[in-house]
Design a protein around this ligand. Structure first.
Ligand SMILES: C[S@@+](CC[C@H](N)C(=O)[O-])C[C@H]1O[C@@H](n2cnc3c(N)ncnc32)[C@H](O)[C@@H]1O
Ligand code: SF4
Length: 348
């Protein structure tokens, strides 16, 4: 199979041009066609010679995603189920906010991490996405928004999969998203979320970017976290915290902790106090997320009053926290659910 043209960075495209007897700036032109003009074929790249377009066509594949379904929620959220060339399916979501459009991208087909509350991991990991398959999710979303002259203004890597277990593809994707000759998305408007893959957290601290880092913490201690997230046995709570402290010291940047509130499991006032004690003095923010119901799990949501109480305890302890506003609930926006349903309906 031919590699995807979106798998490459600008530098790599320039190198390819030079190796093929073309000046490096042709690589820049190609990059602009892909990201700034968002054409759908090599044929449309009118400032490249016919011979060069043919060569590109022979060596690279262009389209990587086919739309299986698209759901639109009342609040403007759009959820795509895309088919890949090998018949796997992935989800991508566009969320409309008053400050702009945010896109939630997927980095793997499924996930092997096994968090007990997450639909993405139900069938295990099928495979990593290539950088180009992650890029294409944003390009297709932007092509849809082009019709109404809107743009993707922020990106969250919070779809299915663990981005820090597909590190190189995720970094290539990020570099292409922030490039000024491409979609030029502000680094501070991009967030990568991890379940706490410690070696990749250290690596990310050295990348010298302004991209936000979010850690899915979901518990205030080692014991409870191991129950909810088996990955905690590989990278224990204290090691994750140590990596967070290193990241903050190295980058001077604030970390976001994501905490899904699960009724009577991790949502009691003692949990809030314990979390506050652990995070005291850290440059951080806590994002409280009422857990999305996953039919295969019997977790229930925390009652509203307890969510507010949890929030109050954090704030009283000077821990900056917000309760996440939910979007797309009416189309099962919870990550991985649309794909899980699709797999069920196509099985056998
Ligand atoms: C699907 S994960 C993808 C990124 C990465 N694998 C991670 O865990 O951070 C994105 C976020 O969704 C959260 N999440 C997963 N299932 C959820 C559920 N049923 N309800 C609420 N949040 C959930 C995760 O904990 C994580 O914070
Ligand atoms: S929450 Fe993230 S790491 Fe955990 S299973 Fe889901 S996608 Fe994987």
């Amino acid at each position: 199979m031919k590699p995807f043209i979106y798998d490459y960075t600008l530098d790599q495209l320039q190198d390819w041009m030079k190796e093929n007897g073309e000046p490096a700036f042709r690589g820049t032109q190609l990059f602009e066609w892909l990201y700034a003009k968002r054409v759908k074929s090599f044929e449309e790249m009118s400032n490249l010679s016919k011979g060069l377009r043919q060569k590109l066509e022979e060596q690279f594949a262009f389209v990587t995603l086919t739309e299986i379904t698209k759901f639109e929620s009342k609040d403007g959220t759009v959820k795509f189920l895309f088919g890949l060339h090998d018949n796997h399916a992935i989800e991508t979501v566009i969320m409309r906010h008053n400050y702009g459009n945010s896109i939630c991208v997927t980095t793997q087909v499924g996930c092997r991490i096994g968090c007990t509350f997450c639909a993405s991991t139900l069938g295990g990991l099928k495979r990593n996405l290539t950088a180009g398959e992650i890029v294409a999710q944003v390009v297709v979303a932007q092509q849809m928004l082009d019709a109404t002259k809107e743009r993707v203004s922020s990106i969250v890597i919070m779809g299915s999969g663990e981005p820090f277990e597909n590190y190189d593809a995720t970094m290539t994707f990020l570099r292409n998203m922030i490039h000024e000759k491409g979609l030029n998305i502000g680094q501070r408007h991009i967030t990568v979320s991890t379940s706490g893959i410690v070696p990749s957290m250290y690596k990310f601290a050295e990348e010298n970017t302004q991209i936000n880092l979010a850690i899915s913490i979901h518990a205030p201690n080692d014991k409870l976290r191991s129950k909810l997230m088996p990955v905690n046995r590989r990278f224990p709570f204290e090691e994750v915290m140590e990596a967070c402290r290193y990241y903050i010291a190295k980058t001077g940047r604030r970390i976001t902790f994501e905490y899904a509130l699960i009724g009577s499991v991790n949502d009691q006032s003692e949990h809030a106090q314990e979390l506050a004690d652990v995070l005291k003095g850290m440059l951080c923010h806590v994002n409280l997320i009422p857990v999305n119901h996953v039919p295969e799990r019997d977790y229930v949501r925390t009652p509203r009053e307890q969510i507010f109480e949890f929030h109050r305890i954090l704030e009283k302890n000077n821990i900056n926290a917000t309760i996440r506003r939910e979007q797309g609930h009416d189309i099962a926006a919870a990550c991985g659910q649309l794909r899980a349903k699709h797999m069920e309906s196509t099985a056998g």
